[in-house]
Design a protein around this ligand. Structure first.
Ligand code: AHR
Length: 312
């Protein structure tokens, strides 16, 4: 959770002077920006020379960056993979060069021996937690849900959809009536929500919006307000990440629930790398972060303040 953020750097040693390449997806969301800054802080605290590459949402840029890191002979590579498939070739090149690769926050469909470990949340569980919250909140009332999906082909979009559907299965009163990608961005979230509202009787036919991340939820909240409805009451808003902006929306009564995703994937990743490089300790293949639900009952103002204080 948030309390552990950055604390692991205090005891970890042994990465001083190591060169680590980091292929980041881009800056599509507030969460992504927080992960970038936490990763840089974690590297600095450990004396790691971090080579940062922003792929601007393109897998081909990530593949190029990884090839560049291999050519430079880095000690390790961190990669947040934008989509789940298409990694076998470049990761095989890293393996042949004996460079350990650690996946951050998203999973891939590739043989597990192509990476040292994956530090990520259980994304199916995140979707399930969001769906269970909705089930518990609407009870037996009929509820038409519109879904804003993340980036097409990304593991969080695939898994968060699956987990939510699992949670509402068996509750015939809850139905997903529309589902489209908003690419994890605020602007697309707003645009797609505008379309949903128009298509569903100006929004009168919508009970809840489920967004695969907070940024799309924030965009949807704006669209709902522009349509003359009240987000948080006329239309329930549930999403994932727990970034500061969703807590300010909760303070305003405009968002109802979020599932926390820690931006500190690098801390556990560097700990695992340290133990591997210095003691030969092979980490578990999957290091799973927590998925905690927050609602307006959880003092959203203080959650906002805490995260702002951590530099989100
Ligand atoms: O992979 C994690 C997801 O990517 C976050 O939930 C989202 O905000 C980001 O874009």
């Amino acid at each position: 959770g948030i309390g552990a953020l950055l604390s692991s750097a205090a005891w970890a040693q042994g990465l001083e002077g190591k060169v680590v390449g980091f292929s980041q997806i881009g800056s599509e969301s507030g969460w992504r920006a927080a992960e970038t800054s936490v990763t840089k802080q974690q590297a600095e605290a450990r004396g790691v020379d971090l080579k940062f590459a922003d792929a601007q949402q393109k897998q081909e840029n990530q593949i190029k960056a990884i090839r560049g890191f291999i050519a430079q002979g880095v000690d390790a590579i961190l990669v947040a993979p934008v989509v789940a498939t298409g990694w076998d070739e470049v990761l095989t090149e890293a393996k042949e060069a004996n460079i350990p690769v650690i996946l951050l926050d998203r999973g891939i469909e590739a043989p597990e021996d192509l990476y040292l470990t994956s530090v990520a949340s259980d994304q199916v569980k995140e979707g399930r937690v969001a769906g269970e919250w909705l089930v518990g909140t609407v009870g037996d009332k009929p509820c038409n849900v519109v879904e804003l999906q993340g980036t097409v082909g990304s593991s969080p979009a695939i898994n968060r959809k699956q987990g939510f559907e699992e949670a509402i299965a068996g509750h015939a009163n809850i139905t997903i009536v529309r589902s489209q990608t908003g690419d994890f961005t605020r602007s697309k979230g707003k645009e797609v929500m505008e379309g949903f509202l128009k298509a569903e009787d100006g929004g009168k036919n919508i009970c809840a919006v489920y967004a695969h991340n907070d940024d799309m939820a924030v965009g949807a909240i704006q669209a709902i307000k522009d349509a003359g409805l009240k987000p948080g009451s006329d239309i329930l808003v549930v999403s994932i990440d727990a970034v500061p902006d969703i807590f300010s929306a909760m303070v305003a009564g405009e968002a109802n629930a979020t599932v926390e995703l820690t931006p500190n994937m690098a801390g556990p990743a560097f700990d695992a790398l340290d133990a591997y490089l210095n003691a030969g300790t092979v980490p578990p293949k999957f290091i799973i972060t927590e998925s905690k639900l927050y609602t307006p009952a959880d003092n959203p103002q203080s959650e906002y303040d805490t995260r702002k204080g951590l530099g989100y």
